[in-house]
Design a protein around this ligand. Structure first.
Ligand SMILES: NC(=O)C1=CN([C@@H]2O[C@H](COP(=O)(O)OP(=O)(O)OC[C@H]3O[C@@H](n4cnc5c(N)ncnc54)[C@H](O)[C@@H]3O)[C@@H](O)[C@H]2O)[C@H](O)CC1
Ligand code: K
Length: 489
């Protein structure tokens, strides 16, 4: 993968414009297809040196063109190759027609393909150009290949996958390996697409970087290079007060654990001081289980107003275990001038009046981070959640603009979006991170980074990435307590 663009995500439409611009610049566009097909052939031979037969399934567009180049290259390397085609190859156009003309192997209709043991399928039916559910012929082949457990190498995208959204249009192959070109596309990282791609190889077919950069936009894969420059450093001159003061609100006596997890995570990620703001009735319960985290009784909005008189109380987490309702709304709105992570119950509390929240935090730098999972997202943004046309990236971005907040739209493919258009898709979370209390830990980590002065978008992205990394380090069967001790800055 080219280092310059390893985190970029281009939609199929943007990649189409890259292709056009490359052709206009005088590049030989057939040369790009030739390199694409050669890369797929090399991957197939590398991954399956013992294949009895490579079966190339070629479609009606340029993805099919890549397939004809692959078939020719595999055959020239001495492998056994069969081709099955969707559509009349005499109707292929442009580079795909050229690739077909150069490939002297016979082929048959896609319908005729019956899997044999020892086959390896090269799926070149549809790539970036899929724009509607796959036809029945393709659906039936996908089913036959699945039933026979034939390994599939996908060209650009597993056919049936919508490159922009990562959703399945009708049916899709499940690939063991996908070779894509220049940059990854949203479907390689958004679910369910990511699971259908297998390992993803990004091959540089030689489109000049300035042309790709022209279409790259601000949507990327989350990685330290996206936020490291803002990560708080522990210089010799730093002391606990210069590393900020995070306050986490505890729920009532019967629901204090979630907030303690957030507070402990905030401390672990480096906040200088962490206070648990607790109802008087829960002080004893909390006191029995805290050491480094401080405790303060705050029962009502007037207690909170006094606490907010001290400007050193700069960052807050509200929501985990806090309870749903009017008191929660009053507390959250009182924090409107501070850095705030609003999670769980505090999100749900605004389901009937989300604009009250959004308006309170509008104006000035964005300082509110919302961390909804799927259900909470639907409560605050019901219209976006049900809009089937939009990808998770597009939904998160629209929500961020509306809320004037950084949105951490959680899931195994968490999307972090800022109102200014920046979006990061996270892909390092292990499956076992979805455990009780995991979200509370994440909220505390983001709060702890906000307290240390990291801007909201970078704090959210770093929190999500380091949370995934801690989950991987903790390993299967982790508990949230273990997750916290596995956090490394
Ligand atoms: N820079 C690059 O990334 C390069 C990519 N290459 C390959 O080109 C394809 C994209 O090619 P395109 O022709 O635009 O699209 P497809 O081949 O995916 O399919 C278009 C073709 O299919 C028809 N179609 C779409 N949906 C359906 C459907 N549901 N049922 C039936 N037919 C459908 C549509 O009408 C068109 O005829 C990219 O993925 C790469 O593999 C280049 O080779 C090199 C540069
Ligand atoms: K494909």
């Amino acid at each position: 993968m080219n280092k310059d663009c390893e985190n970029w995500l281009l939609t199929p439409a943007a990649m189409g414009r890259v292709d056009d611009a490359a052709a206009r610049s005088g590049m030989n566009s057939y040369g790009l297809m030739e390199k694409a097909g050669q890369a797929v052939s090399a991957a197939a031979l590398r991954l399956f040196p013992g294949a009895r037969r490579f079966v190339v399934l070629s479609g009606p567009g340029n993805n099919g063109g890549d397939g004809y180049v692959t078939a020719r290259a595999l055959s020239e390397a001495g492998a056994a190759v069969s081709i099955f085609r969707l559509g009349d190859p005499s109707r292929l156009k442009g580079d795909a027609a050229t690739a077909f003309a150069h490939c002297l192997l016979d082929g048959d209709d896609l319908d005729a393909y019956q899997p044999w043991a020892g086959d390896v399928v090269v799926d070149a039916i549809f790539g970036a150009g899929l724009d509607r559910p796959v036809p029945d012929t393709v659906r039936h082949v996908i089913e036959r290949v699945n039933v026979a457990s034939i390994p599939v190498i996908a060209v650009d995208l597993p056919s049936g996958l919508d490159g922009r959204t990562g959703r399945v249009l009708g049916a899709a192959f499940t690939a063991v390996h996908t070779v894509t070109f220049m940059t990854r596309k949203p479907a390689h990282v958004l679910l369910p697409g990511r699971r259908l791609c297998g390992s993803v190889e990004v091959y540089d077919i030689g489109v000049p970087m300035r042309i790709v950069a022209g279409e790259a936009g601000c949507v990327r894969v989350n990685s330290p290079s996206e936020w490291q420059y803002e990560f708080p450093s522990e210089g010799l001159e730093s002391h606990k007060f210069s590393r900020g003061h995070l306050t986490v609100f505890s729920g009532p006596a019967a629901a204090t654990g979630a907030a303690r997890l957030s507070a402990a995570a905030g401390l672990r990620i480096g906040a200088g001081l962490v206070t648990l703001a607790s109802p008087t009735a829960a002080l004893e319960t909390n006191a029995a289980q805290l050491t480094a985290v401080m405790l303060k009784a705050i029962d009502n909005p007037s207690d909170l107003a006094v606490y907010l008189d001290d400007p050193r109380h700069n960052a807050f987490v509200i929501g985990p275990g806090f309870g749903i309702g009017e008191r929660t709304r009053a507390f959250a709105l009182a924090l409107k001038d501070r850095l705030v992570v609003l999670d769980a119950d505090a999100i749900t509390s605004f389901r009937d009046e989300p604009n009250a929240l959004f308006n309170a935090f509008s104006g000035g730098d964005f300082r509110l981070v919302l961390t909804p999972h799927e259900g909470e997202f639907a409560r605050l943004f019901p219209d976006l959640a049900t809009d089937e046309r939009q990808s998770k990236i597009e939904r998160a971005l629209a929500a961020a603009v509306r809320a004037h907040a950084v949105i951490v739209y959680k899931g195994a493919d968490t999307v972090i979006a800022a109102p200014d258009g920046r979006v990061l898709v996270n892909d390092n979370a292990p499956a076992w991170l979805a455990t009780a209390g995991s979200g509370d830990v994440l909220a505390g980590m983001i709060g702890g980074l906000l307290a240390q002065g990291m801007p909201a978008f970078e704090a959210a992205a770093a929190g999500v990435f380091l949370h995934g990394k801690a989950g991987t380090a903790a390993g299967r069967g982790l508990t949230s307590e273990h997750l916290i001790t596995s956090i490394e800055r």
